[in-house]
Ligand binder design. Sequence first.
Ligand SMILES: Cc1ncc(COP(=O)(O)O)c(C=O)c1O
Length: 480
Amino acid sequence: MRSHLLNDTTAEQYRRSVTDGVERVAAKIATTERPFTGVTVDALAPAIDAIDLDKPLHDTAAVLDELEDVYLRDAVYFHHPRYLAHLNCPVVIPAVLGEAVLSAVNSSLDTWDQSAGGTLIERKLIDWTTERIGLGPAADGVFTSGGTQSNLQALLLAREESKTDSLAKLRIFASEVSHFSVKKSAKLLGLGQDSVVSIPVDYDKRMQTVALARELERCKQDGLVPMAVVATAGTTDFGSIDPLPEIAELCEQFATWMHVDAAYGCGLLASLKHRDRLNGIERADSVTVDYHKSFFQPVSSSAVLVRDAATLRHATYHAEYLNPRRMVQERIPNQVDKSLQTTRRFDALKLWMTLRTMGADGIGQLFDEVCELAREGWKLLAADPRFDVVVEPSLSTLVFRYIPASVTDPAEIDRANLYARKALFASGDAIVAGTKVGARHYLKFTLLNPETQASDIAAVLDLIAGHAEQYLGESLDRAS
Ligand SMILES: Cc1ncc(COP(=O)(O)O)c(C=O)c1O
């Protein structure tokens, strides 16, 4: 069994095993014709159930053959140009190389004595990001597992900085289309059920600052404490960017923590064309960025950044075995002092490899391309009488629905769109997402693949129309 341990005596076996795995994945990626096979849970589950985990195969080739059947064949492939569903990007090769290196070396970024150079690399990337945001000389931050954790940590710091005697009095303000991790964080932070005040959005799905001002005022008059405003720079469905400068003004006026959830919109930090859309982000107290959404990084890769490094102390705990207090005086950089996690992956390495190979402009160029693609998609949709499209894209999503010429009942139109999404998924020809706008069901493209062409969008729209019409035809048959 020792032959499976990665060490000086097994380096050759490591090279062969990993190369075999890479060959399989490369072959798969090179020949994937559709983003998905359309396999159902019922069809796939028996193959996985049948595997006896107490009877190992011992042979890497046999394990890879089995993996083909239980995973690789039916995985959902984000690199395919017709994967248009969620906020998953195709990944850049330097980052995948980083992933291979970081898992083999297996540094843990909690303490210097488990990572050495890794700690300094992460710190440099944090500084690079805070500089791009413009958070100022006292800024800092830490890598996290994703936007959910980044938002949680930011709101934890905001809660601690609010210095209130009663958690029940704290209020967080976020737009009605902000990410649900804000509400989840509020719950985890022990705030009351009514703690998240939902602020309406305008026609373009951006927070209405007049309504925010009114709610902040009301909060004060009711003797409550405005703990934080969460501005979203790139909402999950619409990619809309809340008016950051106006929100910053209000946060200053009401002495409230400003958090910017730029999990999606952070790609603009590298943009060559649209960086100005993030203007005002530099006034935030904290910012969430998900490199695994718009920097073309493999999951996971995210960070929370703060204007004032001192606020990170709210996540600091010391243990004699790990990061004793004296290490602070000795100036030993232990990233665990800033993090909600203890053992932590060296995800920063992926971004490092990316920037060192492609440069930030390379990432920005790819992100600009998907934003441009979304504009082309919007023009297609706006000119197509078969579809209703909700807002012009600020980033790279499109929310729309099929509107059949023959049907006026909105509930039947809902059903046709729901059916079309499911049928498309089952066919594996393309994958799109769905959401609701008001009470109505819509479909969504999240465009994060520069390889997707306008012609792919047009083809997928035709497929959607075909499936929806099929549903409506069958529904007529059922009624007659
Ligand atoms: C705006 C926004 N914030 C936060 C998140 C949560 O990020 P993660 O899935 O990385 O936890 C998402 C995920 O889609 C998001 O769109």
